[in-house]
Design a protein around this ligand. Structure first.
Ligand SMILES: [Zn+2]
Length: 143
């Protein structure tokens, strides 16, 4: 699983950036591409997922953490700038991993634009909502 590879130099660089900017891991993900190399971006995603068990109300096993890493890596934006999140089946509907509240948000069935179920109105997802894109195991790289 290449997404999970540890990059010690990137980790130190990210920790340095966090200290300099006094910001959170998620804030670094918003940096433009020329300020965050692909290696740094991959390590950052790994660190965001690693941080998850402490901040969430669900206990995550290794398989679930790996799934979340893949889902976070596939996050994108539609042409109007609304985040597109990969959603997996849950309870007859879909659920998405929220990297801001570090928990699953449950939604009804079907793809499309949804209001974010974030508890915190300062979360970027809360303002824009997001678009659910169904994710199937083994479909990485396809859209
Ligand atoms: Zn949320």
């Amino acid at each position: 699983m290449p997404e999970s590879k540890e990059r010690p130099i990137c980790r130190r660089k990210i920790e340095q950036m966090l200290a300099e900017r006094r910001c959170k891991l998620e804030d670094l993900l918003e940096l433009p591409r020329h300020k965050l190399s692909p290696g740094l971006r991959k390590q950052l995603r790994k660190m965001i997922v690693e941080a998850a068990p402490g901040g969430t109300n669900v206990r995550l096993g290794r398989r679930q953490r790996e799934l979340i890493e893949r889902l976070v890596a596939l996050e994108g934006r539609d042409p109007s700038g609304i985040p597109t999140l990969r959603a997996v089946p849950a309870r007859g509907g879909l659920k998405v991993w929220c990297r801001y509240c570090r928990s699953w948000h449950n939604h009804g069935p079907g793809a499309g634009h949804r209001v974010a179920h974030c508890a915190d109105p300062l979360n970027p997802y809360y303002r824009s909502g997001y678009i659910l894109v169904p994710y199937c195991e083994g479909q990485e790289g396809r859209t």
